[in-house]
Ligand binder design. Sequence first.
Ligand code: AMP
Length: 463
Amino acid sequence: MSEQFSKLGLSQSVINAVADAGYSDPTDIQQKAIPHILEKRDIVGIAQTGTGKTASFVLPMLTLLEKGRARARMPRTLILEPTRELAAQVHENFEKYGKNHKLTVALLIGGVSFEEQNKKLDRGADVLIATPGRLLDHFERGRLLMTGVDIFVIDEADRMLDMGFVPDIERVSALLPKRRQTLLFSATMPDEIAKLTNKFLTNPERVEVARQNSTAETITQKAVKVGTKPFEKRAALRAEIHAAADLNNAIVFCNRKRDIATLTRSLERHGFNAGALHGDMDQKSRMATLDGFKKGEIKILVASDVAARGLDIPEVSHVYNFDVPTHAEDYVHRIGRTGRAGRSGVAVSLVTKADEKYLTAIEKLIEKTIPIEEADKTASAEAKSNKPKSEKPVEDKPKRGRGKKQQVPDNAEKNQTSHSTESQKSSKNNRKKRSGNENQDRVPFGQSDQVPAFLLRPVRRAS
Ligand code: AMP
């Protein structure tokens, strides 16, 4: 076991679990954050995913939780996560590093039944990992009291901001005791997050690991010029995948959800082992896909930005941007899925004429030039010859009848809440505004399978 881990002040049970996880040395963020957290200081941690950020708060929390016991419906610690996947991932971390502890960890996320979550709350949770909507929902149903929370973690704060969760965070903070330890982690530090920090944290220690908005040096980045037609882009993508050396597995990012389904089907039809991941899928299928990808049963994951942040998928060798992200920051997060922990990775972006301005914004943000190539000639030829025959059945118009499922916004857990204060309304509006790309693919009016209620009423016949 590394001496370094034992020097950080962690308890022996935690050190043993870390040794079993096979880690030899703490990462940069772990070295910097853990001692302060153990001293009960507030922390602002600027760290991207892939840096070992999760363990940097989970390990000291486990150590601190060894003293004391949970009381029914009064969690001792609370971790807020922007998405269900991230919450589930933090839960996995608690299971892995907390295997020598007998702690009750409750995961409160939308899309799954309340029953199991209620049982855990009733038993008394040492750790509550939650998305804001479901947490407030439980609170309003009187299932929990947050006055016993000793440590409050706001993870992926910039992502929370993007998803319009700031009013919810403010609301949750008001329900917590004033005297508590607060840890805030964010990949970037926009002004709004800096303000939150001033408001909710007391004399925080700032720990920072990579430069904000930087991309790892280990990632080879390139852009490929493509035509605007979807079938041209699909052919270019296939050509890139075929030409890739050492492709172990890949994530292909799309800006619109309807393209994910189309592209996944198209890849499968061309013999690739592909799976889809986006926010409209139910929780069970999302988890199943993610699991399949982690185990290597799915080689190519076609995903929306929901999958871009935080998901702990080790050793992704290639990232493809089927669409250039319109927010430059999303590019950093997307390609951050590869080249992790010093490994090499490849990121390829398909760029149409209209996308060039986004690429310029990305280059400005990451302070790097991304070399741009013309699309492979053979790919264009393949696209032209294939189009009428093989591509037709998967053309890009959403099929009738798919509309209903696609209407659920990505952060669906929020929609299950019943509270409707002003801040909630503005939060909803923010979210509508900010969910941008994910909502662009709403099915046009009249093309979904939603039938107005009055048409479903039985017809009364005159006797
Ligand atoms: P995170 O930034 O929390 O998403 O973690 C990224 C990956 O690093 C996860 O697969 C962790 O299991 C792994 N990890 C965390 N701490 C260490 C460490 N000290 N040494 C090696 N890998 C680690």
